[in-house]
Design a binder for this molecule. Structure first.
Ligand SMILES: [Fe+2]
Ligand SMILES: [Fe+2]
Length: 293
């Protein structure tokens, strides 16, 4: 059920795997002190992945309307699909491997483990480490048959004008909300400084996991989870006018989190089995015995 819309196979999965989105983000925001070479390598316009990502954003920007985001909330925030221990949910997420490109597809748990271990190595509080470990758990949406562009991709507010600072802004031309006068002004249905809690974001793995975790983690952690893909704000500051003072304070944490998400790829991959007791303990400390997906 997609808002009464049916999507073709090509429209569901424009990317060979969802990591292509993460890689493209890294391309847009390369690590500041990395050698120039890496950047040149990425900026290869003959790169077929680039076209794939472009197509991904064409679909994302076309279909992520205010009504779509609302509909997806209604559909998924009933949490009536599965109930399992957190570790089980992480293993379930890890079944998301793409056979079309096994070389590129890193398993999901490795990315989570590397993010969390980098946070731990810097001596941050344990809830921050746990946040790193679970932050992409919402990607299980893919396993429920959701289109890739409704799971990953940069997120942005819906219900007001789409910012030019969002990647590939020209594709919003095809989004019906751009022509809807309720939604196409600077503030749309919102007001100045109303606070992000009042703002409906495009639907994806961030909001979904936030809703699962909202009663269990410190607010700083919840902001990191809920807005980690909101690059138009935490990198581009495109929606300052909707934020309140509290959001601004909390976004310091979102910004602190982002480099761990993007740049923590480790040459020596951590071994899950060795680290499992530590992470199981963290899960037990903060999270309920089971989560409903
Ligand atoms: Fe993510
Ligand atoms: Fe991530």
């Amino acid at each position: 059920m997609n808002n009464g819309q049916e999507f073709s196979k090509e429209e569901m999965n424009p990317l060979a795997n969802i990591e292509q989105w993460d890689e493209d983000v890294l391309d847009r925001y390369p690590e500041p002190d990395q050698p120039f070479k890496a950047k040149e390598e990425f900026r290869n316009y003959d790169n077929p992945v680039r076209d794939t990502v472009r197509e991904f954003y064409r679909l994302n920007h076309k279909y992520q309307t205010y009504d779509f985001a609302k509909e997806k909330r209604n559909e998924f925030l009933q949490f009536n699909r599965k109930e399992m221990p957190v570790w089980g949910a992480m293993e379930f997420l890890n079944t998301l491997v793409d056979d079309s490109d096994p070389d590129i597809a890193l398993d999901q748990l490795q990315h989570l483990l590397q993010t969390a271990e980098a946070i731990r190595a810097d001596g941050h509080p344990d809830w921050f480490v746990l946040t790193g470990f679970i932050h992409d758990m919402g990607k299980v949406l893919c396993l429920f048959g959701e289109p890739q562009w409704a799971v990953v991709g940069d997120t942005f507010p819906v219900g007001c004008k789409f910012s030019d600072k969002i990647v590939y802004p020209e594709f919003f031309e095809n989004n019906p909300d751009s022509k809807d006068e309720r939604y196409n002004t600077k503030y749309g249905i919102y007001s100045e400084g109303c606070g992000l809690n009042e703002v409906m974001m495009s639907w994806g793995h961030d909001e979904y996991l936030y809703q699962i975790m909202k009663n269990y983690l410190p607010e700083e952690a919840l902001y990191m989870i809920r807005y980690h893909s909101f690059y138009p704000q935490h990198r581009e500051h495109a929606y300052d006018h909707l934020m309140n003072g509290h959001d601004r304070e909390m976004f310091e944490w979102v910004k602190k989190f982002n480099p761990y998400d993007l740049y923590s790829k480790s040459p020596k991959p951590p071994v899950l089995e060795e680290l499992k007791p530590y992470y199981e303990e963290l899960i037990t400390k903060y999270l309920p015995k089971t989560v409903r997906l």
